[in-house]
Design a protein around this ligand. Structure first.
Ligand code: OGA
Ligand code: NI
Length: 349
């Protein structure tokens, strides 16, 4: 079926179209989700917190959860609120206006799309999304939507603040792995590292038990910083075999470490977290994912310090690759296949 934006039809769906229905074995099983009681760590990044304590909190969160929330993170509440506001306004634009930006070609650096990878997937997802490249801003911002009129300025401001936070987090993560503070930042390309954004819109869904906003996946980039709707929950992470809701925390941003840092650089010490977005019948949900990525030619491989086995031998689980190679492979597939990183494993006897 040829699918287009969920938000272009103008009328709410009363039943789920068949192409969104998951097979019985692959449904969200919402009644089994841990909705409270298990807290994803909330880490206070204010300067008052002792650095070595911060490093150990980040290390514990990465080891035990692969995801955490941060508060007092330096991204102004104004910048975050404005970002969500302009995102909501964007998705309220008339269908004809939005369809001008529609594309299902993942190679496009600016596109409004739907689901995940429409041409590759068998079952679709209940999501529309706008994808933007954000670095360098002078190159990419002029490609972005010009409506709403404040879009480019608001999103540019937000992107710059997020980038600063991303660098601070990369430094904390490097230190938590016992590496030099700037290790990850430098491998990713320092100030040249890439930055992409997905503005996700999940409309109310007639049958949330039968489909996903986004099915279980890990993020292919290095580090993701998610601004989620402050009122509507929907993000869930896999922890110890159970799906756990990451409930919105006032003013917090959600940080999760993607394939590049957690698996490749850390040699499997920190696992890139499996997460998904679910839908609900009543309220649309917005989220803004900022993806920090290695620059295209960055060579990603396990950090030499982290590949030494107990007997002193060198064991790198993954082979080295450039990010361009990884990214191309990622988008040539769908989210339900074998994990993309499996294709980059060394064969170790
Ligand atoms: C993503 C993602 C989760 C959410 O954009 O990669 O996982 O809650 N989003 O929207
Ligand atoms: Ni994700």
């Amino acid at each position: 079926m040829d699918i287009k934006l969920l938000t272009s039809s103008g009328v709410p769906f009363s039943t789920l179209p068949p192409s969104y229905v998951r097979p019985e074995s692959d449904r969200p099983r919402l009644s089994e989700v841990v909705v409270d009681g298990l807290d994803i760590p909330v880490i206070d990044l204010s300067a008052a917190v002792d650095r070595s304590r911060l490093v150990s909190l980040v290390g514990d969160a990465c080891t035990n959860f692969g995801i955490f929330q941060v508060i007092n993170h330096g991204v102004g509440s104004g910048a975050a609120e404005e970002m969500l506001r302009v995102a909501a306004e964007f998705f309220e634009l008339p269908a004809e206006e939005k369809m001008k930006l529609y594309s299902d070609d993942p190679a496009k650096t600016m596109r409004l799309s739907t689901s995940f990878n429409v041409k590759k997937e068998k079952v679709h997802n209940w999501r529309d999304y706008l994808r933007l490249h954000c670095h360098p801003l002078p190159k990419y911002a002029p490609q972005w939507p010009s409506n709403p009129p404040s879009f480019r300025e608001t999103v540019s401001n937000y992107c710059q603040e997020i980038r600063e936070l991303g660098f601070r987090l990369e430094d904390l993560i490097s230190e938590s792995l016992g590496l030099e503070k700037s290790y990850i930042r430098k491998v990713l390309g320092d100030h040249q590292q890439g930055q992409h954004m997905a503005v996700n819109f999940y409309p109310p869904c007639p049958q949330p038990e039968l489909t996903y906003g986004l099915p279980s996946h890990t993020d292919p980039n290095a580090l993701t910083i998610l601004l989620q709707d402050q009122l509507v929950a929907g993000l869930q992470v896999l922890n110890d075999g159970r799906w756990v809701a990451v409930n919105p925390h006032p003013g917090a941003l959600v940080v999760n470490v993607g394939d590049q840092i957690q698996v490749a650089l850390s040699n499997g010490r920190y696992m890139s977290v499996w997460h998904r977005a679910i839908t609900n019948t009543k309220t649309a949900r917005l989220s803004v994912s900022s993806f920090l990525c290695p620059e295209d030619d960055a060579l990603i491989s396990p950090a030499p310090e982290l590949t030494r086995g107990d007997d002193g031998s060198l064991v790198a689980i993954y082979r080295g690759f450039t990010y361009a190679e990884y990214y191309k492979k990622f988008w040539s597939r769908n989210l339900d296949q074998e994990h993309c990183l499996e294709l980059f494993k060394n064969t170790i006897e």
